[in-house]
Every structure is written in C-alpha cells, then in structure tokens.
Design a protein around this ligand. Structure first.
Ligand code: SF4
Length: 330
C-alpha cells in the first residue's frame, strides 16, 4: 500500500509533490492482472510472463475489504492495464459500497482517448489519473510501445483528462536510454497542452527504468548508467522549473543526485505491504530486487533510501554510490 507519511522528512518539500502525495495516499492496490492493450519494451510485469489473465471479479470484494481494514480510503487500480478490465462497473459499485472514493488509475491512457471512459472514471470515483507518457516523438513511442501509430491516441487521452476538472493528473514517464534525450520536448509539449486546456501543467514523475521483467530482457537498449540518468533528471527538473512543471523522480538514489533529494517522490510516500490478518507491516514487496552496500549503513539517507538495483549495479558498478550526509533532510 501507499501510506501517508505523517511528516515528510525533507527540509524543503516541493508544494506540488506534497499535493501529489496527498492525491495518492492512503491507498491499497487492486491488481487486475497482466492483460494489457500495449506492449511496453520496459514493462516490469509483462503479460507474456503470466497466463493467469484478469483478476477474477469474485476476489475484488475481499481485496477492497482488506484495504479498508488497513486504513486506506482509496484504491489504486493497476494491471496490466486497468481500463480494459471487463468488470469495471462492478468494481465501482464494490468500492462505493465500502465508502471509498478518490481512487487512482494507473493507465497507459489509450482507452481514455474516448471521452466516455474519462466520464466513467469520474462516475466510478476515480480522483487521480496516473498517465504513462514517455515521449512526444512518434518513432520513440512506436519503439517503446512495440506498436505503430498510437501516440496520437495517447495525446487525445491527455487532452481529455486535462479538460476534466474532476480528475487530478500526473504524468509518469519511464526514463530510459531511448527517450531520455526527448524529455525536454515532452515537458514543452505538456506545457503547450496544459495552456490550451487553460490549466496548470500537471506534475511529471520521471521513473528511471527498473531492470525487471522486459526491461531486464532489453537492458542493453534501455538502461542508463546511474550518473547519466541523474544528469537527464537534473536537466528535466531545471527545465521544469523554468516552465512551471513540477518534475519529480523515482529510482534515483540520493547519493547520485544530492541536489534532487527534494524531488524524490518515494520520500513523500510510505510504501509497504501489510499482513491483513494481523495488521503488521511486511517489507515492501520489491525488496528482493534491491540491496545496500556496507557503506550505506553510514549514510544519512539510509532509512529512506531503498538501495541499489542489483542488475544496474552489476552493469555499472558500485563506485558511484557513496555514503553522504543528511543533505536535503529536515
Ligand atoms: S543509502 Fe547507499 S545507495 Fe542510498 S543514498 Fe546512501 S550511499 Fe547511496
């Protein structure tokens, strides 16, 4: 679940990222299974790795009940692609019956090009759209999505959501070697669209790609060396500041970019798993892919930092991860 941090540990938290954390928490996940209408090259949970199909609708009520019992007041709808789940009307009813609202839908947006889908989101209680947009460039989109000619569909979705006042929106941008150079164009294009819609540009979260699933299979094409990823994120943060776009990041350790600590979205959230029967916290389920160096124990960020992804460190080495002080922390 995404817990709400009682107090964000940053010296100067960013107003828009605090707001984003407010939209996202406290929430539990409903994972509808891996079926998807796209085929992202970097997908951490690719459909072809799992033949289970969609989550049976009969299981949704128990998941919602467990989430509510753990203190969450909203759900995160995730897949695969949640907008293609065939039982969404029943999901909306189950969530409403539990008294939950302001849900978050994590989507590639393709179905939101239909205004009726955006309306269904609002009626179903969705409050926030996490829209995965990685690029403004047609060829890069085709390469990353392993499809042809769908960027315009995603752009239509973006316009629909920007013009829907009942929906909060943020962009989630997988940051890879294929699209990193295009981040400035993405930020400028986003600003233009927001201006046309007459709204403030939505926040953008740059998620440095994790070497899992298909991203691991295509690591040679996708992975950025840690310092290179930091440079791209830093340039995007600066440009975002000029343009009035709040740019945050994920999967970029503080020691790689001490100047960007206040933009680390993970520092605004409290991700953990819960044993429903006891209410006890369990380690966050992604923990198996991370590790820490002996020196991390002396680092001022050790309690907030998740550590290093094993495959990234195997490829790029560990030398760039050096313990630091409490830079950026309160
Ligand atoms: S805990 Fe380790 S990986 Fe994390 S910021 Fe500190 S030195 Fe870097």
């Amino acid at each position: 679940m995404h817990g709400r941090r009682a107090d964000v540990a940053l010296a100067r938290p960013h107003r828009r990222l605090l707001e984003l954390a407010d939209w996202l928490t406290p929430a539990f996940y409903i994972d509808f299974g891996r079926p998807c209408n796209s085929a992202c090259l970097y997908c951490a949970v690719p459909p072809h790795e799992d033949a289970q199909g969609f989550l049976p609708i009969a299981e949704v009520e128990a998941i919602v009940d467990a989430g509510a019992r753990c203190g969450c007041d909203r759900a995160i709808l995730i897949g695969g692609e949640p907008t293609i789940y065939p039982h969404l009307p029943q999901v909306w009813k189950t969530l409403a019956a539990a008294g939950l609202s302001r849900h978050i839908a994590m989507t590639n947006g393709l179905r939101l090009a239909d205004p009726a889908m955006a309306a269904q989101f609002v009626q179903g209680g969705v409050g926030t759209v996490h829209l995965s947009i990685d690029t403004w460039d047609t060829n890069t989109y085709d390469r990353l999505s392993r499809s042809t000619g769908k960027l315009g569909v995603q752009m239509a979705a973006l316009r629909n959501v920007l013009r829907e006042p009942a929906l909060h929106l943020y962009l989630y941008t997988a940051t890879t070697a294929l699209n990193a150079a295009g981040l400035p164009a993405l930020l400028r294009g986003l600003c233009d669209e927001a201006q046309r819609a007459g709204v403030e540009p939505p926040p953008v979260v740059l998620a440095v790609v994790k070497p899992l699933g298909d991203a691991l299979r295509h690591a040679d094409a996708l992975l950025l060396a840690p310092e290179v990823a930091a440079d791209h994120v830093r340039a995007a943060v600066r440009l975002g500041d000029e343009l009035g776009v709040a740019v945050g990041h994920r999967n970029l350790q503080a020691c790689l970019a001490p100047d960007l600590v206040d933009r680390n979205v993970d520092y605004y959230l409290d991700d953990f798993s819960v044993e429903v029967a006891t209410g006890l916290r369990l380690p966050f389920s992604h923990g198996e892919y991370w590790y820490k160096l002996p020196g991390c124990g002396a680092c001022g960020h050790r309690d907030l930092c998740t550590g290093l992804y094993r495959e990234t460190a195997r490829r790029s080495g560990e030398a760039c991860y050096r313990p630091m002080g409490r830079d950026g922390l309160a």
